[in-house]
Write a protein that binds this ligand. Structure first.
Ligand code: SF4
Length: 297
């Protein structure tokens, strides 16, 4: 149980180990313990069994423990736009999304608020008849994930980089792949294999990977290292990259992906026996990026 006493402890929720008291200051993620969110809405930009017909009930949290230079949600992740709310209000938001017909509750990058999310879910999980999704950047600690066991039905972790050089350059995330690999192991342990009923995901893990321009060889190595998860998870090979955030300061990623790069990675994933989702070329635009205007908060 997440309580005031724990809140006063130094924050080491993720592998950044900032060890700061987030009642008074902020660490790498840029936000305090009090939940801050930028929108709660029916979102149609996820994989088909997540968005469903009615949309995923997405809560977009402010701040992030990744701070990727190319982030497509830069306004909320890096600039921390949003409004502070209580955990009671967060519980209410979950129920409101369910009442609006959401197919699930989708916690979009909640790692740095895990304690508050646990508290909010514990209060209303018994009233939720739709799955709860933990959507995260993959840079997680097992100890933190364990607190979500039984409260989360579906995990949507990014696994962004295989090379530490890339992880450090674009996200300052030392040891990223090893942390993400261990996180996926824990997620699979909690949820088991993917279950999809009537076109909607009920349980399981979808590993998301957005290929970066010039980095398709890293993506191929990444999926080869993940091949032990084939049959235990679904994958989502994302083509939606377009230069966002500070990407313009990095000439090598200041362009969209080519069809050659995308095809190479998809072919490798098929060879490795993965099942999952691909994206159209047209996804590389801002069309599915939500407008963060505090809707539903
Ligand atoms: S959650 Fe934020 S403050 Fe806590 S360790 Fe991670 S980045 Fe640092």
């Amino acid at each position: 149980m997440y309580n005031q006493e724990e809140k006063s402890e130094k924050c080491n929720l993720c592998p950044r180990f900032c060890n700061v008291d987030r009642n008074r200051e902020t660490g790498f993620c840029g936000v305090r313990y009090t939940v801050k969110a930028a929108a709660a809405m029916l979102h149609f930009g996820e994989e088909p069994p997540i968005s469903g017909k009615n949309g995923s009930g997405a809560v977009f949290f402010s701040g992030c423990n990744m701070h990727c230079v190319f982030c497509q949600n830069y306004k909320i992740s890096n600039l921390c736009f949003g409004k502070e709310i209580t955990t009671e209000r967060l519980s209410e938001i979950f129920l409101e999304l369910q009442n609006r017909g959401a197919e699930n509750i989708n916690l979009v990058t909640a790692t740095h608020y895990t304690g508050a999310v646990v508290e909010a879910l514990e209060a209303v999980k018994h009233k939720l008849f739709i799955p709860v999704i933990f959507n995260c950047g993959g840079y997680e600690r097992i100890e933190t994930l364990k607190t979500l066991d039984g409260l989360v039905d579906i995990y949507l972790p990014d696994v962004k980089y295989f090379s530490d050089k890339l992880a450090v350059k674009y996200s300052k995330a030392v040891g990223y792949f090893d942390a993400a690999y261990a996180a996926v192991e824990e997620m699979v342990r909690q949820t088991g294999k993917p279950i999809i009923e009537n076109g909607l995901m009920k349980k399981g893990v979808i590993i998301r990977h957005m290929i970066l321009p010039g980095c398709y060889k890293d993506s191929i190595m990444l999926f080869n290292r993940l091949k032990g998860f084939s049959g235990k998870v679904l994958i989502s090979v994302m083509r939606q990259y377009y230069p966002c955030g500070k990407a313009g300061e990095y000439p090598e990623i200041n362009r969209k992906l080519t069809t050659f790069e995308y095809r190479k990675v998809l072919d490798e994933c098929e060879k490795l026996g993965f099942e999952g989702f691909a994206q159209e070329k047209e996804s590389a635009c801002g069309e599915m990026t939500p407008i963060f205007n505090l809707e539903g908060i």
